[in-house]
Ligand binder design. Sequence first.
Ligand code: SF4
Length: 422
Amino acid sequence: MLTLEQKLDILMTLATDDQDGPPGSQTLPPRLRHTKEVGALRPLNIRTVRPGNGMRVPLLRILMTNACSYNCHYCPMRRDRKLPRTLLKPDELVRIFLGAHRRGWCEGLFITTGIPGRPVKVMDDLITVLELLRERHSFAGYIHVKMVPGAEAAQVERLTSLATRVSLNLEAPCGASLAQIAPDKNFDVTVAGLEQVRSLVTLERAARQEGKPRDPIHPGGTAGMTMQFVVGATPDSDRSILTKVTELYSGGGIHHAHFSAFRPISETPMENVRGTPALREHRLYQADWLLRRYGFERDEVVYDDGGNLPLGIDPKAAWALRNVERFPVEVRTASYDELVRVPGIGLGTARRIVAERGTALLRGIADLRQLGVLTSRAAGFLTLGGRRLQDVRWSEQLGFWQPEEEAGAYQLVYDVSPGTFR
Ligand code: SF4
């Protein structure tokens, strides 16, 4: 019989390595650099954006159980893999979370789970956790719950009403490829669950806009859904994945997608499959960001002949080089929309340029740096008062990534996989 502390060790260890990027790597982009920062019942794990006010909050990330009846080929928790299994009962999990919360270790909860037995039973337990937290203990903070596919409609409705955010793992962009790596899962069933949640989110948001008062105990999933894809475990191209992602975004109710580069797990059928470069995951996030925040259309994303994002150049730079006739852009007169499409100019920087040039004359490269322009990347795409800022070939200027350093990052065999907590 395991003690509570031993159970936590098992369940939170699986969260420990569920970080972006290979363990210990210091050569990755900043977002991909955090590993080994947590242990059992210690703070914590990831940070997320609090809906509404943009504040970041620390979360307790925990598995309800690492037992699973499914046998997904890529997963460390698959049925046939030898692993110490345990579970937390809903009241145990609630007690742990409230204890950590009282100590100031976390402000919110991210709960996910394996699926031992029937999905409806697992959903009942997830709902019980949320009911206890919300309705018995009046916890009004952030709760992200990863839903189990195959739940009953009434369960989905109840869970969504109590959660701040609901997520679902799609894993692959279509049923045929999902069947190759997750024989027990059904793509249509998962998408049906996603469709139900997102329609509930959309309805709740609409009701709020029409004056329904905010209820922190029943937030109705209004932070928006997230969904996850395992990248490289199937032959699906980046184009297929992003096409599916944008199709799902267009229906509303989804906040963003997560992309988890496949890495081989020991003692699984995919142990000897080559890992996916961490940089591919990073490029997908960059392209997704362009689609969601920068106003890019789906058919503006540049792919290579295999339908994948080029690894050696970021997606905005790839688009700029494909559309050279749109450059250079004149800093003093360009619209905000034109500025954000310049490599090296982000959303905040474009806003600052537009605001600043209304009151002051921008004179040179130092002024642009002051406003946040990455001039080593942007200068070749800009003019200021009609003068070119830099006369360097774009292709040379954009050689700032060193993909070969990062692209091989997942060539080891691991005991845990990324993506459980995304
Ligand atoms: S991916 Fe989920 S359903 Fe599949 S084996 Fe792992 S825990 Fe179970």
